[in-house]
Design a protein around this ligand. Structure first.
Ligand SMILES: [Zn+2]
Length: 427
């Protein structure tokens, strides 16, 4: 179990080398035999490590129709804007689903959210605008934007929503005050005191249904909670499934989690019970906007209707974080998991993770985000025309879009399964 997890952490290169070492040719006295097969570089025998049959079986439990149905369920609460009844109703609904899946220890975090004074927000925006004016290619997270760009922003005009039922559903304004967010846990059998955190944010805005941002990431986390909660799956280490609130206001839900629970890590409570309300954090994997990879905007500002043929899952870490080296390792472990277990789309790793709930974790533990595109240089340049707009509704997306989200789910499920030593109990 541990060996397998270590193997994956070291990535496909090492895995492939280990395989080579066991091959008969490599057992020969010195490199002569190997050299004859790989005269130039000695790379001839490097190949992908074979998939684990248990992990393949777990991944096969992810179904496109179920993933779509969970996204559809979330869109029933409109844009789920924080500080409204529709947001609280969505938290209740998510909690009911997690309980239904049999996910253990379904719990809530309660915190207070007060929006910052207007003028602070304005001056930050002005600074950003000035920096962007000096260097128009400057993207968020340290990225650089290239090529055709389209306008981005948050639609705050209710009249842009032509669906009157949805407009009505989204009409209650946000008010400051108490907020809640929900999480549940797969408890590890050998090391219940250590865990990976898998997250997505359930709040949205923009007068649509927040179907992609971030119904797609929320549904992914819920689907993983459902599958890992199956009684025939056993993991060595724990996995926490977190559905953050208040992401859109500045990652406030994830920040509240870190503030309230960082100091509780690894503490057995009650003493001698074998229970760890906050297992030690081993890594944080965030999911935010999973479905739309239709490429760069066309020069006339329009967008192609089909998923681009080169669509991929973008795994990002932040190179300027304190845990950059460990996070990069985690990112490549997930890229490796994608290569071995995802059915349709590849994954790419980038160093500019930004603007999502993995941020508050990135100086404490290894942290990565999975997305449809890189947040800084792609989404920030207008690659997702539905982003924070009235058009981010369930009916906007085609099956190829939903399938990209499903491939991200396959990536995280297999990545986390290997890191936590997941196996199927034989009947
Ligand atoms: Zn988002």
């Amino acid at each position: 179990m541990l060996n397998r997890a270590k193997l994956v952490l070291l990535g496909s290169m090492v895995a492939a080398c280990a395989k080579t070492a066991q091959a008969p040719a490599a057992a020969a006295p010195v490199p002569v035999a190997a050299a004859s097969e790989a005269p130039a570089t000695g790379e001839a025998q490097i190949r992908l490590a074979p998939p684990d049959s248990d992990v393949v079986a777990m991944v096969s439990r992810l179904e496109l129709d179920k993933y779509k149905a969970t996204i559809k369920g979330l869109t029933a609460f409109g844009d789920r804007r924080q500080g409204t009844k529709r947001n609280r109703d969505a938290v209740d609904w998510i909690e009911a689903q997690l309980k239904n899946y049999g996910c253990a220890n379904v719990e809530r975090i309660t915190y207070d959210y007060q929006p910052p004074p207007r003028r602070v927000a304005d001056s930050t925006a002005q600074l950003r605008t000035r920096a962007a004016a000096r260097n128009p290619t400057l993207g968020q997270g340290g990225s650089k934007m290239r090529g055709v760009r389209a306008r981005t922003g948050v639609d705050t005009n209710r009249l842009h929503q032509t669906d009157s039922t949805l407009r009505e559903l989204n009409s209650e304004p946000t008010t400051p005050g108490q907020r809640q967010e929900v999480y549940c846990t797969k408890v590890g059998s050998a090391h219940p005191n250590e865990m990976y955190i898998v997250g997505g944010h359930m709040d949205g805005h923009g007068w649509g249904e927040a179907a992609n941002d971030d119904g797609s990431g929320t549904a992914l986390v819920m689907e993983l909670a459902r599958i890992f909660s199956s009684p025939d799956i056993v993991t060595d280490r724990s996995i926490r499934f977190a559905l953050w609130n208040n992401e859109e206001t500045g990652l406030n839900g994830a920040r509240a989690y870190v503030a309230q629970r960082q100091a509780l890590q690894g503490i057995e409570n009650p003493k001698g019970s074998g229970r760890y309300p906050e297992p030690k954090w081993l890594g944080m994997i965030q999911h935010d906007m999973m479905m739309f990879d239709h490429g760069m905007p066309n020069p006339d500002g329009t967008m192609r209707k089909e998923q681009r043929a080169e669509a991929d899952v973008n795994i990002e870490f932040q190179m300027q974080s304190k845990m950059a080296a460990e996070s990069m390792k985690l990112a490549f472990a997930f890229r490796d998991a994608n290569e071995r277990y995802a059915t349709d789309y590849p994954a790419a790793v980038g160093p500019h993770m930004t603007n999502t709930d993995s941020g508050p974790f990135m100086d404490i533990i290894p942290a990565i985000s999975l997305r449809e595109n890189e947040r800084g240089m792609h989404v920030g340049a207008g690659w997702d025309p539905q982003w924070h707009q009235v058009t981010d509704v369930y009916t906007t997306y085609i099956d190829a879009d939903f399938r990209l989200g499903l491939n991200a789910a396959q990536t995280t499920l297999s990545g986390v399964a290997q890191l936590t030593g997941a196996v199927l109990k034989k009947p």
